[in-house]
Design a protein around this ligand. Structure first.
Ligand SMILES: Nc1ncnc2c1ncn2[C@@H]1O[C@H](COP(=O)(O)OP(=O)(O)O)[C@@H](O)[C@H]1O
Ligand SMILES: [Mg+2]
Length: 429
């Protein structure tokens, strides 16, 4: 008897997860809610099921007799979908609502790090706008202002001076730009350095690390222009030393998992610390309580083991008995975006060439629909082209060779994804 699996989410990350789960010999049937054009052929899309509608998710999972529900995005985790499923006796991959606070409350994460002795920037939390304003004035210089709660990646302002910080405090706390998520803000010391994403599977006790990866947020080459959801990603960073990598694995990820357990909030699922390599060593920027997007798109193509038993083991607390092995290859993912993105863009543009990519290259759909048998754009980030290579240069060349076979009106992408993957850090470590 194979497993019935329900996957929640609709982006490139979910396409990548569905792709791997659908290959598992343990699978009976896969449902994706709501899914996208990429998951259509991998299972059954449940387009009218909202991942954050906890009761409907529980009801649907019961109806299909789900053996496992995989929760990919952060909002349903923060909404408590895993708790509701657990109460109904349905195993779910992902942290409980209380454990997901490691992402959904930046002040909770800061307190956790202080208690566990995990390196991060100095910070203070405020619930009063006047007190926050007074504090950034007293700092006088650069700082970072963060809405405490989830803000779809828009709640953070990196400030050069106090005036910018005051404006960010006003927006979050007085104007309510982020709703309830901005009622509390965290003011942080500003750090400088290169960023990398650490990912690990955990069942609350056992931790299995994934390779490191690096996202490119700004929309244009050389990190110019406004930030996006991510324009491309590579793995692994050649510039990350083995010693720093080990310090992150042990001193951040494993320590955080142990601290969560000690606090009575056992953490299960993917833990993804966002790291900055500073002159003083690796420091945590934030914790995420799920797979990164687009990081997932370059990680899963090099997972040698079957993904489904890993997800199941995380949910059931049996990760110690499951193999998690990775191919020692480089992967590069290039995101193709709609004209105008991250500002206003049009949708409904026919996409050509997706069928012309090499057999071992993956095209993960982020925002596209199938309409009358044709693939058309349906989002800002449209698709991510992922190639593997023996070296980063190899993977880069193959990714771009395949990107050039795909076209739609207004398409744009960065041409320098992974170009600095081997560039040594600016300072000695
Ligand atoms: N203390 C900090 N110093 C310098 N840059 C920061 C700091 N905190 C965040 N950033 C920058 O802002 C980005 C977003 O911050 P993060 O805490 O990851 O929030 P989110 O992903 O929830 O928007 C980071 O990737 C990093 O580039
Ligand atoms: Mg982040």
């Amino acid at each position: 008897m194979g497993m019935n699996v329900l996957l929640l989410g609709s982006g490139g990350r979910e396409h990548a997860i569905a792709w791997r789960v659908s290959q598992s010999p343990l699978l009976s049937k896969l449902w994706i809610a709501p899914g996208n054009a990429g998951t259509l052929d991998l299972g059954e899309n449940v387009t009218d099921l909202k991942p954050t509608d906890v009761e409907s998710v529980r009801r649907f999972a019961e109806e299909i007799r789900a053996d496992l529900v995989v929760v990919a995005p952060e909002d349903p985790l923060a909404a408590g979908v895993v708790d509701a499923l657990a109460a109904a006796g349905i195993p779910a991959f992902g942290p409980t609502q209380a454990a997901a606070e490691i992402e959904s409350s930046k002040s909770f994460a800061k307190d956790l790090m202080a208690q566990a002795g995990i390196a991060t920037s100095a910070s203070r939390a405020f619930e009063d706008a006047d007190a926050a304003t007074e504090y950034v004035r007293s700092l006088g210089g650069p700082c970072v202002v963060k809405a405490d709660g989830l803000a779809t990646g828009k709640g953070v302002t990196v400030c050069d001076d106090a005036d910018q910080a005051v404006a960010a405090i006003d927006a979050a706390m007085r104007e309510g730009v982020f709703g309830a998520s901005g009622a509390r803000v965290v003011i942080e010391e500003r750090m400088y350095g290169r960023e990398t994403s650490a990912h690990a599977f955990t069942d609350g006790v056992t931790v299995r690390h994934m390779p490191f990866s690096c996202d490119h947020k700004p929309v244009f080459d050389d990190d110019q222009g406004p930030n996006t959801g991510g324009m491309g990603v590579y793995s692994p960073p050649g510039w990350l030393s083995d010693a720093d990598a080990e310090a992150i694995r042990i001193g951040v990820t494993e320590r955080a998992v142990a601290q969560m357990a000690a606090q009575g909030r056992p953490y299960r699922g993917v833990l993804y610390p966002g790291m900055m390599l500073t002159a003083d060593g690796p420091k945590v920027v934030e914790f995420n309580c799920r797979f990164g997007d687009p990081e997932t798109e370059v990680l899963l193509p090099k997972l040698r083991s079957d993904l489904l038993p890993i997800l199941e083991a995380c949910a059931k607390g049996t990760l110690a008995s499951v193999d998690v092995e990775w191919d020692d290859v480089a992967t590069v993912g290039v995101m193709m975006a709609s004209g105008g993105y991250p500002a206003k863009y049009e949708t409904g543009k026919p996409i050509e060439g997706v069928g012309d990519v090499d057999d071992d290259v993956q095209v993960f759909i982020a925002g596209a629909q199938r309409r009358d048998g044709r693939l058309v754009t349906a989002g800002g980030r449209v698709l991510c082209v992922v190639a593997r290579g023996a070296t980063m240069e190899d993977a880069r060349a193959r990714a771009y060779d395949n990107v050039r076979r795909i076209s739609f009106e207004g398409a744009h992408y960065r041409t320098d994804i992974g170009a600095k993957a081997s560039l040594p850090l600016e300072f000695a470590r």
